[in-house]
Design a protein around this ligand. Structure first.
Ligand code: AGP
Length: 620
């Protein structure tokens, strides 16, 4: 969940401003963690300079002297703490005993205790509580045992167990950055007289969009104009070099369509607001691009006995909605399981079933592990992701990509709505094949899907300001609220509550509206906000009664509902354009995204960097 970056530069402009280039790339990676930040460069005299500190990058910018750092090679890190609290000592880069080797890492080294004991018994002195620090000491130790820098790096990697993306520099190899990847993401960027390596493409998108995604088990190095990759086998703590095999990669280099503009704030105060407003375009691109992988996916789904979704967070909420579409439109029994819980269900799957893994990043470790478990029992896997070539699509039988563009804000918005559109499209196509729905209904849904970008635009135009004022009137002081819905509306309620929790730090709970009487209503008192999401004729009357129940306990009630539904009893009604009920969640979530955004901003929080969270969760 940390962000790492490495740069080897040949051009004198880049060399002179190396610190600033590292700063720009780290700013683009900040959404992956912001407990501490640091960098290391080999300066023009060949010395290793390391600067690091607890805190966010802009708060420690001067202290770390980004504007003064120069050199042809540098690595940087922005941290989401796992082992060791956020502190200056635990900030990356970590170094060996003599300060000649610097390492940054994303992931968890599971056997670090045993490695640390071994190293300490050989005289190494540790300065931090992190798992990462074993790596520079291992390199140092293997060099002492006679290996050159790169062999010592490979040997260090071969004794690690766990998940990692690691990059390292060593003053004895001052023209290259060593790298290794296992589970945590790592991507190489081919720049103009410079080479980049980072956790994620947006890190270096200001400099290049020619990329190479690294695979698990790969190690190697980059120079300013060359990449060398090989696969490495695990080995023992001894003095024999590990077994490796060269990897050819030319066919894997690709130019990605994301632009610099898409990955910048483009005049908006926050990425989140920009990404909310980008939804019409993201939806239009995604719907228009629904071709690749779709026929293969339908072929798998057609034969499936059960369809099981695995996903986390917002992606799980999209899956929750997708599951209802699969059952009621696709004509196949389906379930949605939070991916970290999947191991308890996998015994119920077989080679007759299909798993749909939904993950915008394609790297969420729990979802990746769920995919691996499902494959072990023979289930076929379809991935829905926004990041081409990321781990989950790569390990799945079929990949379908949403085309939302880069999503930088930690809170998912445009990837959520494009996931729903994709899952709905798949369900309708399947329903037609299985004759679970008629052509007329299928056509209505597909037509409404193509109208949804415009419908979302209307919601944004109409409610941008209204929701802002609701955020200050109703939510100024509250610390708790409910989001209630039924069926599809419950999926939207769950997502609305997650947005409110994660960026505004308001205790927001989503419940099935009917279930609210079985306990949650006990908390409701004067002024307690309850948000209802009612999307279909089927639940309208029931939700009206639930509103009445809450009103008679003096709650403040807010209803999100399509035009034409009255809901006279609610204190505030937000009406979204009337489209087919299965398309409605896409429009209905938008006011709730805006609500969470404005409540967070009113409270002085940065919605792009919610505390304790990271965009991509790569630790279990
Ligand atoms: C959503 O706002 C959160 N940032 C988080 O719940 C996220 O949806 C979850 O971590 C799953 O990520 P993924 O889609 O990249 O797998």
């Amino acid at each position: 969940m940390c962000g790492i970056i490495g740069i080897v530069a040949l051009s004198s402009a880049l060399k002179e401003s190396l610190g600033m280039v590292l700063y720009r790339c780290l700013k683009n990676l900040e959404y992956r963690g912001y407990d501490s930040v640091g960098y290391a460069v080999i300066d023009n005299s060949g010395k290793l300079i390391v600067r690091k500190s607890k805190g966010k990058i802009d708060d420690v910018y001067t202290k770390l002297g980004f504007n003064k750092a120069s050199g042809s090679i540098g690595i940087g890190h922005t941290r989401w703490a796992t082992h060791g609290r956020p502190s200056d000592e635990n900030a990356h880069p970590h170094t060996d005993c003599y300060g000649l080797i610097a390492v940054v890492h994303n992931g968890i080294i599971e056997n670090f205790r045993e490695l640390r004991e071994w190293l300490e018994s050989r005289g190494h002195v540790f300065k931090s509580e992190t798992d990462t620090e074993v790596v520079p000491h291992l390199i140092e130790e293997f060099k002492k045992l006679g290996m050159d820098s790169y062999t010592a790096f490979k040997k260090a990697i071969s004794v690690l167990r766990g998940t990692f993306a690691i990059i390292a520099i060593d003053i004895d190899a001052p023209d290259r950055i060593f790298f290794a990847k296992n589970t945590s993401p790592l991507v190489i960027g081919f720049g103009d007289k410079a080479m980049f390596i980072a956790s994620d493409i947006p890190a270096f998108l200001d400099f290049t969009n020619r990329v190479l995604v690294l695979y698990d088990g790969e190690v190697g190095y980059i120079t300013a104009n060359q990449v060398f990759i090989e696969s490495v086998e695990q080995s023992a703590l001894d003095n024999t070099p590990p077994r490796t095999k060269p990897v050819s990669y030319d066919h894997r280099v690709r130019v990605i369509a994301w632009s610099r503009e898409e990955a910048s704030k483009g005049g908006y105060p926050h990425y989140m607001l920009k990404e909310i407003y980008e939804q019409p375009q993201a939806l239009a691109q995604t719907i228009a691009g629904l071709r690749e992988g779709v026929d293969e996916a339908i072929e798998l789904l057609r034969k499936a006995e059960k369809v099981v979704f695995v996903a986390a967070g917002s992606s799980y909420h999209a899956a929750f909605i997708g599951r209802l579409a699969m059952i009621n439109l696709g004509g196949v029994w389906s379930d949605a399981i939070v991916s970290s819980e999947a191991r308890w269900y996998v015994s119920g799957l077989s080679d007759r079933d299909v798993v749909i893994a939904v993950s915008q990043s394609g790297e969420t470790i729990d979802t990746l592990l769920a995919v691996r478990e499902a494959k072990k029992v023979g289930a076929r896997v379809i991935a829905i992701s926004n990041v081409v070539d990321s781990a989950i699509p790569r390990e799945s039988d079929v990949a379908i990509y949403t085309r939302a563009g880069p999503e930088i804000s930690v809170a998912a918005t445009k990837t959520f709505t494009t996931q729903i559109a994709t899952l709905l499209y798949l369900s309708v196509r399947l329903g037609l094949v299985k004759r679970a729905i008629g052509e007329e209904e299928a056509n209505t849904i597909i037509q409404d899907l193509t109208r949804i970008p415009k419908a979302v635009e209307r919601v944004l135009e109409r409610y941008g300001n209204a929701v802002k004022s609701l955020a200050s009137k109703v939510f100024e002081k509250i610390s708790s609220c409910y989001y209630l819905g039924r069926g599809l509306g419950l999926g939207v309620a769950m997502e609305g509550a997650l947005k409110m929790k994660e960026i505004a730090y308001v205790h927001a709970e989503a419940y099935p509206a009917g279930e609210s009487k079985h306990g949650p209503i006990a908390l409701v008192e004067k002024g307690f906000p309850v948000i209802f999401v009612s999307l279909g004729e089927i639940d309208r009357e029931l939700i009206e009664s639930n509103i009445e129940e809450m009103k008679s306990r003096d709650a403040i009630t807010i209803a999100i509902t399509p035009k034409g539904f009255e809901f006279k009893s609610a204190d505030h009604v937000i009406r979204v354009p009337r489209v087919h009920p299965y398309v409605l969640p896409i429009a209905a979530i938008v006011p709730l995204q805006l609500l969470a955004y404005y409540v967070a901003v009113n409270r002085g929080y940065d919605p792009d960097k919610p505390r304790n969270l990271a965009k991509t969760v790569t630790v279990v």
